[in-house]
Design a binder for this molecule. Structure first.
Ligand SMILES: Nc1ncnc2c1ncn2[C@@H]1O[C@H](COP(=O)(O)OP(=O)(O)O)[C@@H](O)[C@H]1O
Ligand SMILES: [Mg+2]
Length: 224
């Protein structure tokens, strides 16, 4: 669970996020809003990548900016943020997926098992030995998802995850998200894809004019 309390943030001088209060709890929270409204910034604040100028972010109850560096690293490992344009590391697809497991110091055999498992789930087992950096945008997005799933994070933040996916990829993603929800994962999705947002989500956050309006779903109907 991630909580933003009175968070403001500026890249340069002017705030791009102003006094936002938000709870990214179990289930799916969709974050929608026009280009440049601050969706990515909000997710990076929630991931503990950016430090709020004012206010605090609590990741599973802990403010990563107020604890020693070692604690901060372990707190941040409970959150996976998938970038809009996923960055691939050098090496194979399997190496990319295994990386997150290796830095978490999982035993080697567990790394192999989990890597194979998620490649299978995402339908990219045949790409395991391909160079990750030479893949298409859609394939990279699947690798990024596999990489995230492998570490089984408690909090998953997806930034425009369907941007480069075809219909089949989109359906795989929806099924994955539903499965993660059943497992109790807290998921936030920044998306232009309103259908995805309304099909999957328990609550919607509209980002506009530097602030975020939080709308709780109500038995499949929306209070808007
Ligand atoms: N690295 C950066 N440096 C300066 N300004 C930035 C940077 N990244 C984003 N911004 C600005 O912050 C605002 C919010 O951007 P962003 O969070 O990327 O919006 P969205 O994801 O909704 O398109 C925009 O006005 C954008 O120009
Ligand atoms: Mg964005």
């Amino acid at each position: 669970m991630i909580e933003l309390k009175g968070v403001s943030f500026a890249y340069v001088k002017e705030d791009v996020i102003k006094d936002v209060n938000l709870l990214l709890g179990p289930g799916v929270t969709a974050i929608i809003g026009p280009n440049g409204s601050g969706k990515t910034t909000l997710l990076k604040l929630a991931a503990g990548i950016y430090r709020p100028r004012v206010g605090e972010v609590l990741i599973d109850g802990i403010n990563p900016w107020s604890v020693p560096e070692t604690v901060k690293t372990s707190i941040r490992r409970n959150v996976v943020y998938i970038h809009e344009e996923p960055i691939m590391l050098r090496g194979s697809v399997a190496d990319n997926v295994a990386y997150g497991l290796r830095i978490r110091k999982l035993p080697a055999d567990e790394v192999v098992i989990r890597t194979e498992e998620v490649l299978e789930v995402l339908g990219i087992k045949h790409l395991a030995h391909e160079k990750a950096q030479t893949l298409s945008a859609g394939q990279k997005q699947r690798v990024a998802l596999a990489r995230a799933l492998a570490v089984r994070p408690k909090n998953l933040l997806l930034d425009e995850p369907t941007a480069n996916l075809d219909r089949c990829g989109r359906e795989t993603l929806m099924e994955l998200v539903k499965d993660l929800v059943r497992k109790g994962v807290c998921i936030a999705i920044a998306t232009h894809d309103r259908l995805l947002a309304f099909k999957l989500t328990d609550r919607v956050v509209f980002v506009e004019n530097k602030t975020a309006i939080f709308v709780e779903g109500s038995g499949g109907r929306w209070l808007i």
